[in-house]
Design a protein around this ligand. Structure first.
Ligand SMILES: Cc1ncc(C[n+]2csc(CCOP(=O)(O)OP(=O)(O)O)c2C)c(N)n1
Ligand SMILES: [Mg+2]
Length: 745
């Protein structure tokens, strides 16, 4: 079996020399498409460059000098989109959109896309987009945020960005994208089946049905196969041709004229009508899925050769030859000159530096600090006007839910680019009324209901953040974050890493979380799996236990998003939303004064309550229960305790934990998360690794179990009684061992 890259390369040269051109698949001519000579040859040049990059990637891989062989061969028709659309139209690209990338880069004369892709292939730290962290197509100047290789996971955010264009104009916020820009999003035919793609196409139709602009062009690069699995014949056409709200345009990706004409139609619809287009580009896949893919395992030799005979470069060569714009020798010369240029550049890039230390690699987990515009705290006149009759309530002691509502109101006053959205957050004001009246206060443009889909909610947040918004999406219950968690983990959190901190998608995701709803709702409404968030690099996880902390922490989170581009998961304990009392009915001890808008709690700051050599470390509901236990321990058992509310679950407030815990005789960690992979495991590791003499330590955690309906929940979550009894047991153990120590000495 011959190496297919060599076969395709040699085929091209031999067939051109023999004028053995493939038969056209479509009849659109250069005149009909209106492509001038210079433009047509320029497109061909980009196609050749893209092809040679694939061949070079494989040659370098053979020598152990490159690390990525998924190429764009067969898809080079996408060069046309790189010319038809403006470089300011944000583009979220498929990993086979190499010719698009090269052609778009020609819109800015100083760029050298071939060199940049080569640097990326060899994972050099001089690669201008990811600095050697991954082979991606990306460029800030070209409005191409780099994408991960998770199939279709870029579609939700592309739609979010499209949505943001009109919204930014309506709200007149300081924005990054031009008001008439459109969004491009390319992907493969198999990818179109993925949940992330399907939900985005559905969401796009939903938005269009709501009469809202959707200036997006979905570009499906259909090579008929996904690794080894063929798409059924006419699958995409039958799926997409009659979609209400999305125009369907098909084109022959082997014919630059046909593709050009289709792109112009797509561009016109998206740019002027502000409507969505599904641009279905038929193409072929040459060289297999990747260098490691052996096509003969699933395709016959005849099929492989038949596909190779449809090489788009041969098709473009035919078009230019037939038109009389390029002779055979000119075609060969263009190809070989590019090859020589590429070889020279490749020799250079392999000598370029690589990432070689942990600190540098990790330095882009957080975005580069930009100079952020400071926004003034809201003045009393503005507050009075916005709060209306609720203004007086700011003076009353309120519960957690109301504190968050007030904090959001003040933050929306302060930051004109802050938008709050999610399922039911608008008119209804959220299932738990946390966003009540926000829509009345700030209008439907800033506080809006989304369709029922968490991937779309988070994708909307990422996309809007690309255009200057501070999104505050709401996830209705923690369990439903997991449906869409990849949008946080694989997309939002990786953007900075793979763009060397050049791109950021700040947001504060509010999530109604955790258990203790007294039997209501079972495992979905009482989800305590936090570890899934704690291992996402760069993510801040916040969890307030009371109203004032929630308000102060939310302000810090929004500031971090605005000034540092941070992504925050803000876990709101549902069971404490309406909590009024602490020790006995009617004591109102969990109602608090609303803190002034200037007050904040900084990342890493904990709160401390009480004194004693037994320290309880907790958060959320666990903190509330510990406060109940504290009083019982004091009054009934004469045991004094100090309780630390951790507030921040990632990064953990390590300094504060060490400070309080290492001075104590006993440490009890009350962690309502599951026992495995929990916050408490991390705390114990931290204490052990400190190398200091350790106190007696005990964990009280949620069980490794889902939370059952009815009263059975009490058996799997920490309780006040458990805290009291564990503190007593630990005290007694400590006394026994202290006695032991005394008797020995
Ligand atoms: C969510 C996810 N599942 C599986 C994969 C592995 N994978 C990478 S490419 C690919 C096939 C994609 O086919 P298609 O969308 O047709 O694009 P093509 O490679 O043909 O251009 C698969 C299954 C992935 N990257 N992401
Ligand atoms: Mg495919």
């Amino acid at each position: 079996m011959l190496d297919r890259a060599t076969v395709v390369h040699e085929n091209f040269l031999t067939k051109i020399a023999n004028k053995q051109f493939p038969t056209p698949k479509s009849s659109t001519s250069l005149e009909e498409a209106g492509i001038p000579k210079k433009q047509a040859i320029d497109l061909f040049d980009s196609q050749i460059k893209s092809r040679l990059l694939d061949i070079m990637a494989r040659q370098l891989k053979e020598k152990g000098q490159s690390f990525y062989t998924i190429g764009s061969s067969g898809h080079e028709g996408n060069a046309v989109m790189g010319a038809v659309f403006k470089h300011t139209d944000m583009a979220f690209l498929h990993y086979r959109s190499g010719a698009f990338f090269i052609q778009r880069a020609k819109q800015l004369a100083h760029l050298d896309p071939v060199n940049d892709v080569l640097l990326s292939l060899v994972a050099s730290s001089e690669d201008p987009i990811s600095s050697g962290r991954h082979k991606v197509f990306g460029s800030v100047e070209l409005s191409i945020p780099p994408q991960t290789s998770t199939i279709a996971s870029h579609l939700p955010k592309a739609l979010g960005t499209a949505l943001s264009i009109t919204r930014a104009k309506e709200l007149d916020i300081s924005r990054k994208l031009e008001d008439d820009s459109v969004v491009l999003c390319s992907f493969g035919d198999a990818s179109a089946n993925h949940a992330s793609a399907q939900t985005t196409l559905n969401a796009c139709q939903w938005i269009a049905a709501n009469q809202y602009p959707t200036p997006i062009v979905f570009i499906c690069e259909d090579n008929g196969i996904g690794i080894s699995v063929k798409s059924p014949k006419n699958w995409l056409r039958s799926m997409m041709q009659d979609c209400e709200g999305i125009h369907y345009i098909e084109c022959d990706g082997l014919n630059i004229a046909d593709t050009w004409q289709a792109c112009q139609r797509a561009e016109n619809i998206a740019r002027t009508k502000r409507q969505a287009v599904f641009l279905h580009m038929h193409c072929v896949r040459l060289l297999g899925h990747a260098g490691s893919d052996i096509q003969s395992q699933y395709l016959s030799q005849r099929e492989i050769e038949a596909t190779e005979s449809e090489d788009p470069l041969l098709h473009t060569a035919r078009i230019l030859y037939d038109k009389g714009w390029l002779s055979v020798s000119a075609i060969v010369e263009l190809y070989e000159n590019n090859l020589a240029l590429m070889q020279a550049k490749a020799m250079q890039v392999v000598t370029k530096p690589k990432l070689d230390d942990k600190k540098t690699i990790m330095s882009s987990l957080l975005p580069r600090k930009q100079k952020a515009v400071g926004y003034l705290l809201p003045g009393e006149d503005a507050r009075q006007k916005v709060y209306g009759s609720a203004y007086k309530q700011l003076e009353l002691k309120r519960n957690l839910c109301q504190h968050i509502n007030f904090a959001l109101t003040d933050l929306m006053l302060q930051y004109p680019q802050l938008v709050a959205f999610g399922e039911d957050v608008g008119k209804k004001g959220g299932v738990y009324r946390v966003t009540a009246d926000l829509q009345k206060r700030f209008g439907q443009r800033r506080v809006f209901d989304t369709l029922l889909d968490e991937k779309t909610i988070l994708g909307t947040a990422i996309g809007m953040a690309h255009n200057g918004f501070i999104p505050v999406p709401e996830i209705q219950f923690l369990a439903y974050l997991h449906n869409a968690e990849d949008q946080l983990r694989g997309e939002a959190a990786t953007l900075s890493f793979f763009s060397d901190g050049q791109y950021a998608n700040p947001m504060v995701v509010r999530i109604a979380s955790l258990g203790y709803q007294r039997g209501f709702g079972g495992h979905f409404h009482n989800d305590n799996s936090i570890s899934v968030l704690r291992d996402i690099p760069g993510l801040i996880v916040a969890c307030p236990s009371n109203g004032p902390d929630a308000a102060r922490m939310l302000r810090t989170c929004v500031k971090k998003a605005h000034e540092e581009g941070r992504i925050v998961a803000f876990l709101e304990p549902i069971a404490l939303y309406m909590m009024k009392d602490l020790h006995k009915p009617g004591d109102n001890q969990w109602l608090f004064d609303y803190p002034q808008p200037s007050e904040t709690v900084e990342l890493g700051d904990v709160s401390s309550h009480g004194r004693g050599d037994t320290v309880i470390l907790s958060y959320g509901n666990g903190y509330y229960l510990s406060r109940q236990a504290q009083q019982i321990l004091k009054t009934k058992h004469k045991v004094s305790t100090k309780i630390i509310d951790l507030r921040w679950l990632s990064p953990l407030p390590e300094k504060a934990i060490l400070k309080h815990a290492l001075k104590a005789q006993n440490v009890i960690i009350v962690d309502e998360g599951r026992r495995s992979g929990s916050v408490s495991e991390a705390i114990i590791t931290l204490l052990v690794e400190s190398g200091q003499p350790l106190p007696h330590i005990k964990r009280i955690t949620g069980e490794d179990c889902f939370i059952p309906l009815g009263n059975a929940w009490q058996h799997v979550l920490p309780s006040c009684e458990q805290i009291v009894s564990e503190v007593i047991t630990l005290k007694n153990t400590q006394q026994e061992s202290d006695c032991g120590r005394l008797s020995i000495s």
